[in-house]
Ligand binder design. Sequence first.
Ligand SMILES: Nc1ncnc2c1ncn2[C@@H]1O[C@H](COP(=O)(O)OP(=O)(O)OP(=O)(O)O)[C@@H](O)[C@H]1O
Length: 334
Amino acid sequence: MTLPPHAPDAPVQPIFELIEVEQVFEVPKPGRPLFSRETVGLRALDGVRLSIRKGTSLAIVGESGSGKSTLLRVLLGLDKPSGGRALYRGKPIGEARARGTGFARDVAMVYQDARGSLDPRMTIGAIIAEPLRHFNIVPREGEAARIAQLLDRVGLPADAAERFPSGLSGGQVRRVAIARALASEPSVLVADEAVSGLDVSTQAQLLTLLQSLQRDMGLTLAFITHDLGVASYLCEEIAIMYLGRIVETGPTDAVLKAPVHPYSAALRAAAPQFFEPLSEPLPGEIPSPLDLPKGCRFSTRCPVAQSDCQSKDPQLGKLGSGRAVACIHPITQA
Ligand SMILES: Nc1ncnc2c1ncn2[C@@H]1O[C@H](COP(=O)(O)OP(=O)(O)OP(=O)(O)O)[C@@H](O)[C@H]1O
């Protein structure tokens, strides 16, 4: 379940909790004179509230530049947010990561560029052995058997251990990246566009694999994607981002069947065929994050914006049934 924090129906401590998280990057001020060092703050995340409970799968969806990767870097403790609180099991993520509390073992990552994340000079076996050794998962004599087990779990033959990444297809490389991520026996898997850029049938096979891993191992999954079809297939919960904010969140089926934020509805309408990336860009240009619209930041593109949308900045508010929306005139379903 994904709920705004402190919701009365949120009794269990979440694995991750983001409370009013902000990430501001200092970037060169547009149009600054040559040699000037003047900078301006780019709000890549602006008041993000999110909680991820144990054993759930959450898709983080939004157009390019909406802040998905920035959010992921905060979740992984790679960047400290410039404002708000980012917690892992109730502790600041940065501290959890730095103090050797088991964070690095517990939270594993599958990168978007799976091939680029694997050392081309190492065999697949050596690549998977690295986390096994680093986290002391099995004694050396048990390593080969554990590698074979992991390869089998992701649908690769045991002899893949002897091969190099260059000898594997795109889909196989993603499987290796998943096997490596599972080697530390994590309870959380964070994946960034882990199935994008593959043909549809390979994508479907990988999604089936990820789904079975999530269910069988009780993994908590945070999955970044542009693709609503992927979100709908894999994730129980969805968080839709726009210009650094979560604008709608809730159970994926309910949100995609009956979106209440006009942005979610526009995304849904632009992807009529699930398992296809957004077929057409949404109408209107995404405003610059350096010059955010007043009031609701979606108001400049919103087909149902009213005059007060330009003055009131809507916050994420609960709707019931685990859903929340940041819109002052949400779509009401007939
Ligand atoms: N290190 C950085 N320095 C300056 N600006 C950044 C930095 N990282 C991200 N941004 C800016 O923050 C905003 C959000 O970027 P982010 O990469 O998180 O979006 P995204 O949703 O992941 O996009 P994509 O789907 O294209 O990867 C963008 O305007 C981006 O230019």
